[in-house]
Design a protein around this ligand. Structure first.
Ligand code: SF4
Length: 465
């Protein structure tokens, strides 16, 4: 039975009450193909939030995680063949992998469950092909119901997903905050894009003021139970290279009462560690401290946490580090981005190496390991310029996370999304080391290897001292 995408055709197929009780919604996480990925670290908080919301609304829901399972070596895609000469170079990647299931196997499992609607999550545009392959595999296997794409990758370029599949629609924004609108009248839901007689119809997305915080149990390692949590959305800053604002515009905070309720009902372990995945939570430091205070109260005095998402060091200082250390911070990830003030300014950022060093030294003095991220390949970057950044970081007690620049449709310099219609989304992965601006692939690979070599020497040094 074919289900229509708009509310009226859906209502014609299933009477309202039956629809409420019998609607089965599959949430699908596609596999990933890349040189590197850590599925056990990937929390997929978006699908988890949507799952909760669907169940809360009274529908039946199942998450099909096509990204779990063993990594398998696979052929380097032809569009990445320019990387073949660098494979196996010391410090660079050797093999290309598929993390997760084959699309046809995944589709088979989904269809056995007999869903009425399939939501496919695409958390990054560089993995758009994997999401599209799952949609196509579902169609090939005979599924003719609605397929809705969503996630950060889709928010960046929804038309791409519609143009490459026979999916019914693509959703821009935060689906968990307007689920009712999506299910009741998909065609009229804010942020929904769909095809009508070859034309793309879309409505503007809305950033909800209210949303739920989320905490998910993750892997267990060395006797510690890990959790991932997110309490805020978006970021008040507007760094030109960052795609955060495309999916989650503005900076919004979940209410403290909802967070306390969530912290109280989470089944904490004797040894718990919370990975805080927010982009900008340190921007409201009192709010963060209040969350941490309740976290310790619920999870116990020994509970620890980390700030995972390349936090903006400019929002920190040594007093704040002291307060965070007291609350159990055991791992800090901060983004330096660039040491070149002119390049940073072009992207709407400032640089303060003094503040950066103060934050790093403060973390070090409290015994908190820090990873500092540097982007290589911004417009105006040169090989020598990025090397200066590497040398600066090599003098500090940090591990270096080097991120080759990659564009996301809609960010600064890549506002024209049509540009992405004719290239492979895979080029937009950081690991693809594609020469988007002024640094060549060879130089990007060299910088990447040099950063890893500095990290390796540092680890060796620490081992013997
Ligand atoms: S501070 Fe970080 S999250 Fe915020 S816009 Fe800049 S890069 Fe993005």
């Amino acid at each position: 039975m074919q289900h229509g995408i708009n509310g009226s055709s859906r209502a014609q197929i299933i009477p309202e009450e039956a629809w409420r009780y019998h609607l089965k919604i599959a949430l699908v996480i596609p596999p990933v193909r890349d040189f590197y990925f850590t599925p056990q670290r990937a929390s997929f908080l978006g699908p988890a939030l949507l799952y909760d919301e669907i169940v809360r609304e009274g529908f039946e829901c199942e998450i099909f995680n096509g990204c779990s399972g063993k990594a398998r070596r696979t052929q380097l895609p032809v569009e990445l063949s320019y990387l073949a000469p660098y494979r196996g170079k010391e410090g660079f990647f050797k093999h290309y992998y598929r993390f997760g299931k084959l699309p046809a196997h995944l589709a088979g499992g989904i269809l056995q469950w007999k869903p009425d609607i399939v939501f496919i999550s695409s958390f990054a545009f560089c993995y758009a092909l994997e999401a599209i392959e799952v949609a196509n595999a579902l169609r090939d296997a005979g599924y003719c119901g609605p397929i809705v794409f969503g996630g950060a990758g889709v928010s960046a370029h929804p038309a791409y997903y519609l143009q490459h599949t026979s999916a019914t629609s693509a959703f821009v924004g935060e689906a968990d905050t307007c689920l009712d609108a999506i299910l009741r009248n998909p065609a009229g839901a804010p942020g929904m894009w769909y095809l009508e007689k070859e034309n793309i119809i879309s409505s503007a997305s809305v950033a909800a003021k209210e949303f739920r915080p989320v905490i998910l149990p993750m892997q267990r390692s060395s006797g510690v139970q890990y959790y991932s949590g997110m309490f805020t959305r978006g970021c008040p800053m507007k760094c030109g290279f960052c795609s955060s604002r495309l999916h989650m515009p503005g900076f919004r905070k979940a209410s403290l009462s909802l967070i306390k309720e969530l912290l109280e009902k989470t089944a904490w372990d004797k040894k718990s560690h919370l990975n805080i995945e927010d982009d900008a939570i340190v921007r409201d430091f009192d709010y963060l401290l209040e969350i941490l205070y309740y976290y310790k109260k619920c999870a116990g005095g020994n509970a620890t946490f980390s700030l995972e998402n390349g936090i903006d060091y400019r929002a920190l200082n040594k007093e704040k580090l002291k307060a965070l250390a007291k609350q159990g911070l055991t791992k800090l990830n901060i983004a330096l981005v660039s040491i070149d003030a002119a390049i940073a300014k072009r992207y709407g950022r400032t640089v303060s190496l003094d503040i950066f060093s103060e934050v790093v030294e403060a973390a070090h003095s409290h015994g908190i390991p820090t990873t500092a991220y540097l982007i290589a390949g911004l417009k105006g970057d040169t090989h020598e310029g990025v090397r200066r950044g590497l040398m600066f970081l090599s003098q500090l007690p940090v591990l270096i996370g080097i991120s080759p620049f990659y564009p996301v449709p809609g960010i600064q310099d890549f506002e024209d999304r049509h540009f992405f219609d004719t290239i492979s989304p895979r080029l937009c992965a950081g690991t693809s080391c594609y020469p988007w601006h002024d640094i060549s692939t060879r130089e990007l690979v060299e910088l990447f290897c040099e950063a890893r070599s500095i990290n390796f020497s540092r680890r060796e040094k620490n081992r013997y001292h």
